[in-house]
Ligand binder design. Structure first.
Ligand SMILES: [Zn+2]
Length: 66
């Protein structure tokens, strides 16, 4: 995974996306059953995007029937 050597990887990087924990994927309950979706906060990068509007992606997804 990370190339940075560390004896303690319990703590997420400071710039890690909190909602997805740096995985780039979150579970969405939309549609009834929880399913993994690309994290709208970091666009799947796993890193926090300053000033990113996650709500915009949510709105776009809401308008798209699954
Ligand atoms: Zn994320």
């Amino acid at each position: 995974m990370a190339a940075t050597p560390s004896s303690n990887d319990a703590a997420a990087p400071d710039d890690a996306c909190r909602p997805c924990g740096g995985t780039g994927t979150v579970l969405s309950g939309q549609g009834g059953e929880p399913h993994p979706v690309t994290c709208p906060w970091c666009e799947g990068t796993g890193r926090r995007v300053a000033g990113h509007d996650a709500q915009a992606a949510r709105r776009a997804e809401a308008e798209r029937p699954d």
